[in-house]
Design a protein around this ligand. Structure first.
Ligand code: ANZ
Length: 971
């Protein structure tokens, strides 16, 4: 019987679907295990072979865990709100919901065809109203919460209101807006309800505030920091500018410390944790208050080096600092204003990245040193960022490179407070060992002691205190887009009001146009039925707005990361209509045990999801405060692009040459007949060339699907691919072949190197695809795809099949296994189990190949061996495993059959092949049991006919036996 993979795979995929084989139970005697993939955005292009890499790895693990007796949750869904469907809608008018639905259908077909063991009964789609109902619900919960630093938890806003009512806000220890002013309980009571609302907004975990945002005019929307790469939008590469807008923000900064501490409790890759640590950017130091001379003003700075305070010789404010306009002297005014105007054009990123340009202006004003009372000139300089710390620094040229460069450039005094350190050579002092000199009360102290002492002295003066700063900024949560979650928010007198959760979901309205309105409002501004009626609690037509009972609804939508920040919880109980998941389901599944996805989400999705999880944990609605115990980043599969060489000619004639004319194993040299022939053709086209080189020719990308084998181009396919190749002149190399050049690049549609898994599945089968993706190399690495290589694993599967079937039919028997059979099986069990546990999937594939080769050589037909072998293979190549499992007499699916148990005894050698030597020369080999005594060995060897033949009747003088090693006969 032949290995008919197409038929087998379709059959088992249907079986799994019909029998809901991979449906996870929310209630089970078995221990639970939750394996999660980062769910895809269903793009119009469908999947290429790079996409399923992580999914195949997680599927192997999920299947393995089922064999190990776990109740496995392995769900899949779609992150289905997003920009491409919206841009398509702008171009074509097609509703993004339709585009999304079509794309999902393609994705589902492609995923099914690879044989994933997903529990599709739990599918989620972030753009479904039943799903985003709960995204809106979480938003409302965040609005109704504030963060209490004393308890290190978020609390209901009502507890804050009662503090305000009893004692005002002086003792509230929280992370809130910077501009809150002090008020007493009496003050609070005199405020109007609107004033109170306005104050509360400054404390809520999601809040509306005028913020400086990254505005992308081309996309007509605000972008998050992680959506910008090298100063331009990640999508489309459009310029991004800073702009002030009223936006919803998420107070993730309140969770900075817990997000940092939590990293210690989870098994994520070191590099990922490090990126999150850097992104959170904790700095421990002090805030110091400097009085400004001759003004009723102070400058607060944040410094990580309060110990260097006696080295301060000037101060620098960010050009945007509020005080600049106030303290700048008449004489300096023109220069300062010109500088501010010039720097406003530079983005924060440019300013941060540029360490070389030194620029700044003196304001004419002076601050006063808190201890020495000496005057300190106040400068402005754009190396100081407005958004970090307080936007002002105390500049210490002997301790900080930038301050040093600045001082040197402008000829400012450079005092040295570090004992014996040559600061012109070594501006950064070795802080742990360097003693401080000439600096009042900290003379002779090291860094640690001096830091403590300075903070203490500052506190005594009331001019500073210890302070911890985080680089993590609050996250802007509004997007000026159509295809996202609407906010459950309406406005009364400009103040945002939450719609009661019982009226959710608030569904996206229909719009005529998906672009922003003419007046610059977001796309929802085009909706005509987008107002909230508080008497009927429903969405009604805009023309009914009376601002008494009917109010305008929010026009922004939520960002892409809203829906993906909690979807892992929804999978636990996806159909629930009463809650985002039942408490029982949440308590049973708790958290994701293994999460596999790309490292590009390090500071976006993976940080926001941790934040929401912590918030939901504080609310008591989820049982754990980290959502994923273990996380692995899969690497990327790169494309192997193909190029043809095009001759650069003066006319429009298209002439392509086989790559062999320039390089490669079939290189055509200038004496060869092929070159002569090429010259002849070229001459007929009026081209006269000595050689082909990079000056007279260029490489052009061609579709990799026009190739046969590694480099050979099928010219007919090429001509059919693109018009410019039709009727062109092709100059062939040896044997009349035409070759392309291959090179590794990112897999991308624009490079025509995309390989579609559909074609691979049709030609070689899903099991081959799965094995090959794993075989390419370690999961975490970047590795190039090469379709030609797949024949290796495909051949292996055919060989595996042949262990069970020959031309006549099934050849598996009940014959007892040999020791060799058992040895091969058990070393395979051991290796495969170790590999899967270590996520080393590529090495398992080679182990299978070795096992099948050995069993074939051993002519093994024993069911006792061949049956468990299928369980080992099943996580990797599930279709063939199911088919053979049934063929040898089992019923139902192999998917929950126990994983074979490794028995070490089968690997212990029981005999040894002894080299038998005569006078030191090895003459033959003899296999003997290892537990034979020395005497028995001697007797057996001497009695052997080959020994007799060697001795030819002579008596040996001496017989040396080294058990387990050799026998030497001297005679
Ligand atoms: C005096 C000093 C002396 C400093 C010294 C450093 C070394 P991190 O670790 O990143 O938190 N700084 C503070 N606010 C700034 C801003 N808005 N823009 C640019 N620089 C700013 O760095 C904190 C240090 O960076 C602070 O400590 C301050 O310089 C500077 F030997 O103060 B330091």
């Amino acid at each position: 019987m032949k290995y008919n993979f197409n038929e087998i795979e379709a059959k088992w995929q249907k079986y799994w679907a019909d029998n809901q084989t991979f449906k996870a139970e929310n209630n089970s005697e078995k221990p639970k295990y939750y394996v999660l993939d980062m769910f895809p955005y269903p793009s119009g292009a469908g999947l290429h072979v790079g996409h399923p890499l992580g999914y195949i790895a997680s599927d192997i693990y999920a299947r393995y865990k089922r064999h190990k007796g776990f109740n496995v949750l392995h769900p899949q869904g779609y992150d289905s709100f997003g920009l491409p469907a919206e841009q398509y809608a702008i171009q074509t008018g097609q509703h993004p919901a339709i585009t999304t639905e079509t794309n999902i259908t393609t994705y589902r077909r492609q995923l099914d065809q690879i044989g994933f063991s997903f529990d599709w009964s739990r599918e989620v789609r972030t753009s479904n109203p039943e799903y985003y109902k709960w995204t809106q619900w979480i938003f409302i919960q965040l609005f109704n919460s504030w963060y209490n630093n004393d308890t290190a938890k978020s609390e209901d806003i009502s507890t804050l209101v009662s503090v305000f009512e009893t004692e005002g806000n002086a003792n509230v220890n929280t992370t809130c807006d910077d501009d809150v002013t002090l008020f007493s309980a009496e003050d609070w009571k005199t405020y109007t309800s609107e004033e109170q609302q306005e104050i509360l907004l400054k404390y809520r975990l999601t809040y509306l505030a005028e913020t400086e945002v990254n505005w992308c005019p081309a996309l007509g929307t605000v972008l998050a920091n992680d959506e910008i790469v090298n100063g331009v939008s990640e999508r489309g590469g459009h310029p991004v500018v800073r702009k002030k807008m009223t936006q919803w923000s998420m107070r993730i900064s309140a969770y900075a410390e817990r997000l940092l501490q939590g990293l210690e409790t989870i098994d994520w890759t070191d590099s990922l944790k490090e990126s999150q640590r850097n992104w959170i950017g904790k700095s421990v130091g002090a805030s110091v208050i400097f009085n400004v001379k001759d003004y009723d003003a102070t400058i607060e700075v944040f410094t990580t080096r309060p110990d260097t305070i006696f080295g301060v010789s000037f101060m620098t404010l960010a050009p945007e600092h509020d005080l600049v306009s106030k303290i700048t002297t008449e004489a300096q005014k023109a220069e300062v204003e010109a500088y501010i105007e010039a720097t406003a054009k530079r983005s924060e990123r440019d300013r941060m990245a540029d360490v070389k340009t030194i620029s700044g202006v003196f304001t004419g004003a002076y601050a006063e040193h808190p201890f020495t009372k000496e005057p300190i000139p106040i400068w402005i300089g754009d190396y100081v960022l407005a958004s970090y710390g307080t936007g002002a620094v105390m500049a210490v040229p002997c301790g900080d490179q930038r301050d040093y460069d600045f001082a040197k450039h402008f000829g400012i005094d450079i005092p040295n407070i570090f004992d014996g350190v040559d600061i012109s050579e070594e501006a950064f002092a070795d802080k742990d060992n360097t003693k401080i000199a000439n600096s009042d009360f900290i003379n002779g102290m090291n860094y640690k002691k001096a830091t403590k002492r300075v903070i203490y002295e500052l506190e005594q003066l009331g001019q500073g205190e210890g302070k911890t700063n985080y680089r993590l900024r609050d996250a802007v949560f509004s997007r000026q887009r159509y295809w996202g979650e609407p906010f459950p928010v309406y406005y009364v007198n400009g103040m945002p009001q939450m719609i009661d959760a019982k009226y959710l979901p608030i569904q996206l309205p229909e719009v005529e146009k998906y672009l922003p309105t003419e007046t610059g409002e977001p796309p929802l501004g085009n909706a005509t039925v987008w107002a909230w009626d508080i008497t009927t609690n429903s969405v009604v037509a805009n023309d009914k707005i009376n601002n008494e009972t009917i109010f305008p609804l929010e026009l922004n939508t939520m960002p892409g990361w809203a829906g993906s920040s909690w979807y892992f919880n929804r999978y636990m109980d996806a159909g629930n209509t009463e809650a985002f998941a039942s408490q029982d389901a949440l308590n049973y599944w708790k958290e994701v045990d293994l999460y596999i996805g790309g490292s590009e989400h390090a500071t976006g999705h993976l940080l926001y999801a941790r934040f929401w999880q912590k918030f939901l944990f504080d609310k008591g609605v989820v049982p754990v405060d980290e959502f994923a115990k273990k996380l692995i980043n899969q690497g990327m599969i790169l494309g192997t692009s193909a190029f043809v060489r095009e001759l650069i000619t003066d006319n429009s004639e298209k002439i392509y040459l086989s790559s062999d004319f320039l390089e490669g194993p079939n290189f055509v040299d200038s004496n060869s007949p092929e070159w002569e022939e090429a010259e002849r053709i070229l001459a007929s086209k009026g081209v006269d060339l000595d050689r082909i080189n990079d000056d007279n020719s260029r490489l052009i990308h061609i579709d990799v699907n026009t190739l046969k084998g590694n480099t050979e181009v099928e010219l007919l396919k090429l001509e059919n691919w693109r018009a410019e190749f039709k009727g062109a002149t092709y100059i062939r190399g040896k044997n009349g072949d035409f070759h392309s050049k291959r090179d590794v690049e990112k897999m991308s549609k624009s490079k025509f190197n995309v390989v579609n898994p559909d074609n691979i599945c049709a030609e070689y089968g899903a099991d081959s695809l799965r094995l090959y993706e794993m075989f390419l190399g370690p999961l975490e690495q970047y590795k190039p795809w090469n379709t030609a290589g797949i024949t290796g694993v495909h051949g292996f599967l055919k060989k595996l099949w042949k262990l069970y079937f020959n031309d006549e039919g099934l050849k598996v028997t009940d014959v007892a296994p040999t020791k060799d059979n058992l040895k091969t099986l058990h070393k395979t069990i051991k290796k495969v189990e170790e590999d899967i546990e270590n996520f080393s999937f590529n090495t398992s594939v080679s182990t299978f190949m070795i096992a099948v080769n050995e069993l074939t050589a051993q002519k093994c037909t024993s069911k006792e061996i061949l049956e468990p072998l299928l369980v080992l293979v099943s996580p990797y190549a599930p279709h063939i495993a199911e088919e053979l499992w049934n063929a040898i007499g089992n019923e139902g699916s192999i998917s929950t059959v126990d994983f074979p148990i490794f028995e070490a005894s089968h690997l212990v050698e029981s005999s040894k092949e002894y080299p038998i030597s005569f006078n030191g020369k090895m003459r033959f080999k003899l296999e003997l049991p290892l537990d034979m005594s020395k005497d028995e060995i001697e007797k057996t060897v001497l009695a052997h006919e080959k020994t007799q033949a060697q001795l030819q009747g002579r008596e040996p003088k001496k017989v040396i036996v080294v058990p387990g090693k050799i026998v030497n006969i001297v005679g």
